[in-house]
Design a protein around this ligand. Structure first.
Ligand SMILES: [Mg+2]
Length: 378
């Protein structure tokens, strides 16, 4: 495992590589603006494999005729939560042999996973909501259990570990409260290093190192849209708008389904005025983000490079997530042939993940076994 000084050295090297890379001619104002985003930390840089461009089109916006497809996406992304009364229809993963064969339990296949990681550095990437914490009605109360925090603390001590979430870093840090881990908030648009070194060296200040913020120029626009959406959503009982710094979340987990169409119309009416923003769908949430090609997949590529594992065959990333946005990370791992993706789901879903876990409880069990394996290895 790399020491903290090695990791820091790699981050510095990466930063230097950004400094000295050939600066491609920026073809758009957004690209020009984005190049200044590292500010005092990185200055002017550009690296071809991390280059992002404004998407030329945005299929998720437009007139009212887009509302119906939105509704379909809202329904597809937001299956009814499993309760003791409705689990006959929803919890079908155990009853579908082909899906289980395609995506076996990471707990049952633990020994195989460990075998495949042999001789490689395990790096752990974790989504937060629905992965480390249960999905709850009030997103402000998505607390992690004390047991999960203890397991996560152990994992972060043993492996390079990052939380990759749609939430803003400050909010997820309030839930996690561990300075040892990397945080990629706002779907990877805000990446920060640990607030303290992994071996707790004295003299470290408590400020996290900002590693990457590719969407800073969108902040004023996002704040403006946040205020508008807060006003609009007052007409939709149960709707909640969350400002995740580089993206916005409109939660509808407490909105009656008969109001989803009105909610979609309201969001649509706002978004059509902002062509530089796009929306994506998650579990009972609509997310509004800048139209840059940056997602959780790009974020984990960046973090692996920061840790010194760009295109390395000696790294074994494990990414655990429950949401559609986590699929970008699963895809990256598949395409690189590195490590594994683990989908947290109690229902059958299309996924690029290899393995599955049922719920945050099983995620905790898997991480516990991983930590115990590492501890007993030597
Ligand atoms: Mg999630």
């Amino acid at each position: 495992m790399k020491s903290s000084s090695q990791v820091s050295t790699n981050i510095v090297k990466l930063t230097e590589s950004f400094f000295h890379s050939t600066v491609s001619a920026a073809s758009s104002q957004v690209q020009k603006s984005s190049m200044a985003l590292f500010g005092g930390l990185l200055g002017q840089y550009q690296k071809r494999r991390l280059l992002f461009t404004v998407e030329e089109s945005n299929n998720n916006k437009g007139g009212n005729n887009k509302v119906n497809p939105w509704l379909e996406s809202m329904r597809a992304s937001s299956p009814t939560r499993i309760t003791p009364n409705n689990n006959n229809n929803q919890d079908d993963s155990n009853n579908n042999p082909s899906w289980i064969v395609g995506h076996p339990s990471a707990l049952k296949m633990f020994d195989e996973i460990i075998w495949n990681s042999k001789g490689k550095q395990v790096v752990v990437f974790l989504d937060y909501d629905g992965t480390l914490s249960p999905i709850v009605a009030d997103p402000e109360k998505a607390f992690m259990t004390k047991k999960m925090r203890a397991i996560l603390k152990d994992i972060a001590r043993l492996f390079p570990t990052a939380i990759v979430t749609g939430r803003c870093i400050d909010k997820v840090y309030d839930f996690v409260r561990l300075g040892e881990v990397y945080y990629a908030g706002s779907h990877g648009m805000d990446i920060k290093g640990p607030t303290k070194s992994r071996n707790h060296q004295k003299g470290n200040n408590n400020e996290a190192l900002v590693l990457f913020q590719p969407a800073s120029q969108f902040l004023p626009m996002i704040n403006e849209v946040y205020k508008i959406l807060v006003e609009k959503m007052k007409a939709i009982p149960g709707a909640k708008v969350e400002n995740n710094k580089f993206c916005l979340s409109v939660h509808f987990r407490c909105v009656e389904e008969k109001c989803w169409s009105a909610l979609a119309e309201q969001v649509n009416s706002v978004l059509k005025e902002y062509p530089k923003l796009k929306l994506t769908h998650g579990r009972k949430v609509i997310e509004i983000r800048p139209t840059i090609k940056w997602d959780k997949g790009k974020a984990i590529e960046f973090l692996l490079e920061s840790l010194g594992y760009a295109n390395s065959t000696s790294v074994f990333p494990i990414y655990i997530g429950d949401d559609r946005t986590d699929e970008d990370a699963f895809k990256v791992l598949r395409s690189k042939g590195q490590g594994i993706g683990i989908l947290v789901s109690q229902i059958q879903k299309e996924t690029k993940a290899i393995y599955t876990l049922h719920d945050p409880l099983e995620v905790g069990q898997f991480l516990r076994r991983l930590a115990d394996w590492k501890k007993n290895k030597f």
